[in-house]
Design a protein around this ligand. Structure first.
Ligand code: SF4
Length: 445
């Protein structure tokens, strides 16, 4: 069970010295219980307290770092629902290749994985991993293919085989990639643990039922190996959903350490719609690594967009840097638009202006990443704040135009803006971005 603040307080010095940043040891204990502080902030905690509380203050889902420099992070989740706080590390998406695929198909898929790049609201989204599955190749040849996949894409791998010998050869061939070996069972776990440790990889573990899986991870942890990934054996989407939720709930709510690891799921549905639904379930409900059977850019756009929405911190809106943006090749007499620095708003407005073929100046003041109406309601997008930003930006020295176009939803700030920007006139633009194109057409006449 998770330790409560009162229980944790018993292990603290109770001197209320405040050096941890809390006013009392009890307040600090409450923060530790809520996993909002680290025990290391108290310089006076005894060794006994460190030992007892160290484990309790670990994230309930262990952090696993994959990739050459540990750049791909999994786990570390602390909440069951995103709105409770935020999700930390997004579901990693992998594409599978089989060793008996035609060589040219393998090359094409590897190149597709390497080159895939989706830009969305200023973020560059790529494929995280490559899964390589052994079906026919002998171990040495399979190891060569795995190494080729790593060298071509630079991504950590999910190395899949039923043969310990093949996993051993491949693990050594990509030593340093911090990949995942899949999968250890009760029968081969000792050998695979040694192979994973020697080559610096994580180990996916699997068992026919949850009890067996919990026992495996418990034994591995007791033996000193904790770089583990859970691979559940399920037979339907409903079961996949249920098991993911059971494991995550056990880890978070009951502090049940045997399930405190990220998971690995292979999507194997027969058609692309069913495949997408399964992948959506993984992304939405606690998946660690989701392996897709094929490279399908249309499917990836949907999955990556969904994933971005779910794993964006709801307390920190995605935002662009407040500044004056040049759309196209604006001249001193080009029109001046203004909007907020909420990423979605910025990219929609800048995209609409760009698509219209108009060159313009886009004024984007600091609005803490809020949308137009929200930032106006919060007093962050007012006539005076926009005017101050325009003056401080130096825009007036660059342009001859003295007309500024504001979003239609905040028509009420036009008077205040004109008052604070002497010599300027304010034009009220459309409320909806979809109407910008026709507004710009009429504006040009
Ligand atoms: S630093 Fe340690 S002893 Fe001092 S108030 Fe914080 S918890 Fe208590």
């Amino acid at each position: 069970m998770a330790l409560t603040g009162l229980k944790i307080q018993k292990y603290l010095p109770k001197t209320n010295c405040k050096e941890c940043g809390s006013n009392t040891c009890l307040a600090f204990a409450m923060k530790l219980a809520a996993k909002k502080a680290e025990l290391s902030l108290c310089p006076y905690a005894s060794d006994e307290a460190r030992e007892l509380l160290g484990a309790a203050s670990e994230p309930p889902v262990k952090a696993i770092a994959l990739g050459k420099n540990g750049e791909l992070k999994l786990g570390e989740e602390t909440v069951f629902y995103r709105h409770e706080k935020t999700f930390v590390n997004q579901t990693a998406l992998a594409i599978n290749i089989n060793d008996d695929d035609p060589p040219e198909a393998i090359e094409k898929t590897l190149a597709d994985i390497r080159d895939y790049l989706l830009e969305r609201v200023g973020e560059q989204l790529t494929i995280d991993m490559v899964a390589v599955t052994q079906r026919k190749m002998p171990p040495a040849q399979f190891a060569g293919l795995v190494r080729h996949a790593w060298e071509t894409t630079g991504r950590p791998l999910v190395i899949v085989s039923d043969q310990t010998e093949a996993l051993a050869a491949a693990a050594e061939a990509v030593k340093g990639s911090h990949s995942v070996l899949a999968s250890a069972t009760r029968e081969n776990v000792e050998q695979l643990k040694t192979i994973a440790v020697e080559n610096g990889h994580a180990l996916a573990v699997t068992a026919p039922d949850l009890d067996g899986l919990a026992q495996l991870t418990t034994d591995l942890k007791a033996a000193g190996f904790n770089e583990l990934i859970l691979r559940f054996q399920t037979h339907s989407l409903a079961e996949q959903f249920q098991v993911n939720a059971i494991a995550r709930r056990a880890a978070l709510k009951e502090n049940f350490k045997p399930f405190g690891y990220p998971s690995l799921t292979f999507i194997q549905d027969p058609d692309s719609l069913a495949m997408t639904v399964s992948a959506v379930t993984e992304i939405s409900k606690f998946g660690g690594i989701c392996v897709l059977p094929t490279f399908d850019p249309a499917q990836l756009v949907a999955l990556m967009t969904l994933r971005m929405n779910i794993f964006t911190d709801p307390q920190k809106p995605i935002q662009v840097e407040p500044r004056i943006y040049e759309i196209g090749d604006p001249q001193p007499d080009s029109p001046v638009f203004v909007t907020t620095n909420f990423s979605l708003t910025y990219f929609i407005i800048s995209g609409e202006i760009e698509n219209s073929g108009l060159s313009a100046w886009l004024v984007v003041p600091e609005c803490e990443g809020m949308s137009v109406l929200t930032s106006w309601a919060a007093g962050k997008f007012s006539g005076s704040s926009i005017a101050r930003f325009v003056k401080e930006s130096g825009l007036e020295e660059k342009i001859t135009s003295r007309q500024i176009i504001i979003p239609g939803y905040v028509a009420q700030i036009s008077g205040e803006l004109e008052e604070n920007l002497p010599g300027w006139s304010v034009v009220v633009g459309p409320q909806e971005s979809a109407d910008l194109d026709s507004f710009i057409s009429s504006f040009r006449k």
